[in-house]
Design a protein around this ligand. Structure first.
Ligand code: URA
Length: 441
């Protein structure tokens, strides 16, 4: 087999066989296929696409390029949840403990990632002492004992994807639905869960700006998951404004804790109940979504969900007293309200720009070696549809540097569109995508 022939084959719109895909993934991972030929193949895939079988096989080949976690020692159906990412998305911190409190094992591997804030494991480092890197046997025994563990991804999880994603990033080949779906799902499948609930975001703060593209991506991921023998479902959710109010690591942890107490923002609580309900149903601990939701609501009312977060933090070496006293969480040295100069209604919030506010304050990573500041970020007081009076605080900025604060303030002010006519926010939950297609929620 020659890589030249495979590039030519895909360039001319033909289907690659399983053996040919295996040859590409093996060769690129071990370095025998150089970047320039892999780039050409990726560009051919970008324009010609891949069919369902090619996409599934590519995913399996990337999954098998490294460690595949064996979670069989964990009792019960392990259900993973994955979000395609958005601004203010701290759902894992809420839904993980809730679901675990209902008896479903949550064995979660999370990335740090580049972005406007850190990933889930960066946020968990807001609890002093929290260890994101724990041996596999401890990870497994923690899940058996307390039903939850959240750790960083092992270095050797889907290494083929790591290398290919980095190449796509510099060759303008990220934006292809089959490549995105196989990249995400290779890591999910290597993480060893029995069932997967996907939260695919759409809107101005999401990877998929258009709803129709989010549905296509969700369907491809659902097909891959089910094709690989894992019960997989996707929920398409709104990212046309940030989720909840807080954007920034420790600020999001505080908001997640408030939500676990039933005192958080409605959208975050609702999304957590919806995703959690599908997780409970997939795990077989509830017969239907109504029963699942009732269990989740009870876990919040009786305090078990909050207690479960404290157990998680403690089991991984963190100081669980922070869960019960969020005033202990790290604070920025500067706290400043940003007031509206006009009266009206919030019509729109440029969501990616709110992410940039957190990033410029130091809350996210510009590159993989950046050190993030857990204390900084923004808390929004006004969301889409809210009435605003001149002089009202639309948001509060948390900073440690006056120059960064000034840049962040300008971005924040420009991100808001306030009009005189009343505006309405978009529905939070839009579609449910299963193996038989998409249904409006
Ligand atoms: N996230 C991934 O992990 N892979 C992609 O291709 C895009 C987003």
């Amino acid at each position: 087999m020659r890589i030249y022939d495979l590039i030519e084959k895909k360039r001319d719109g033909h289907v690659l066989s399983n053996e040919e895909i295996d040859y590409v993934i093996k060769g690129y991972t071990d370095g025998s296929i150089p970047d320039y030929q892999m780039s050409a193949l990726l560009m051919a895939i970008y324009f010609r696409g891949m069919n369902e079988e090619e996409t599934l096989h590519l995913t399996m080949a990337m999954r098998d390029s490294g460690d595949v976690l064996d979670l069989s020692e964990i009792k019960g159906v392990k259900v993973d949840k994955h979000s395609t990412g958005g601004v203010g998305d701290k759902t894992t911190l809420v839904v993980g403990p809730m679901v675990a409190a209902c008896g479903v094992p949550v064995a979660k591997m999370s990335g740090r990632g580049l972005g406007h804030t850190g990933g889930t494991i960066d946020k968990l480092e807001s609890f002093p002492g929290y260890r994101v890197s724990i041996p596999e046997n401890v990870f497994i025994s923690n899940v058996n004992e307390i039903k939850i563990a959240v750790a960083g991804q092992t270095a050797n999880l889907a290494p083929a994807d790591k290398k290919i994603y980095a190449l796509r990033d510099v060759t303008a080949t990220v934006d292809n639905i089959s490549l995105i779906a196989s990249s995400i799902m290779s890591k999910k499948l290597a993480s060893g869960a029995d069932a997967i609930v996907l939260d695919v975001k759409t809107g101005s703060g999401a990877f998929m700006k258009e709803e129709k593209d989010a549905i296509l991506l969700a369907q491809e991921m659902v097909n891959i998951g089910n094709g690989a023998g894992k019960n997989t479902i996707a929920v398409i959710t709104d990212m046309d404004q940030p989720l909840g109010h807080a954007v920034g690591n420790a600020l999001e942890v505080r908001e997640a804790i408030d939500t676990l107490k039933g005192e958080g923002p409605d959208d975050l609580l609702e999304l957590s109940y919806v995703l959690g309900s599908y997780m409970l149903k997939a795990a077989g601990v509830a017969d239907d979504l109504e029963e699942a939701r009732e269990k989740l609501e009870n876990s919040v009312k009786n305090g078990n969900a909050l207690k479960k977060l404290a157990e998680l933090v403690k089991a991984q070496g963190g100081d669980e007293t922070y869960v019960y006293n969020t005033d202990k969480l790290v604070k920025s040295s500067i706290i400043m309200d940003v007031n509206s100069e006009v009266s009206g209604y919030v019509e729109k919030i440029e969501t990616e720009d709110i992410g940039r506010v957190s990033l410029v304050l130091g809350g996210g990573r510009e590159n993989k070696d950046s050190v993030i500041d857990l204390s900084v970020g923004v808390v929004l007081h006004k969301k889409v549809g809210d009435k605003v009076e001149k002089g009202d605080a639309i948001a509060t900025l948390y900073a440690n540097d006056l120059d960064k604060l000034s840049v962040a303030k300008d971005i924040l002010v420009n991100a808001y569109s306030i009009t005189v006519t009343p505006a309405k926010s978009k529905p939070l939950i839009k579609w449910i995508v299963g193996k038989n297609g998409a249904k409006k929620y």
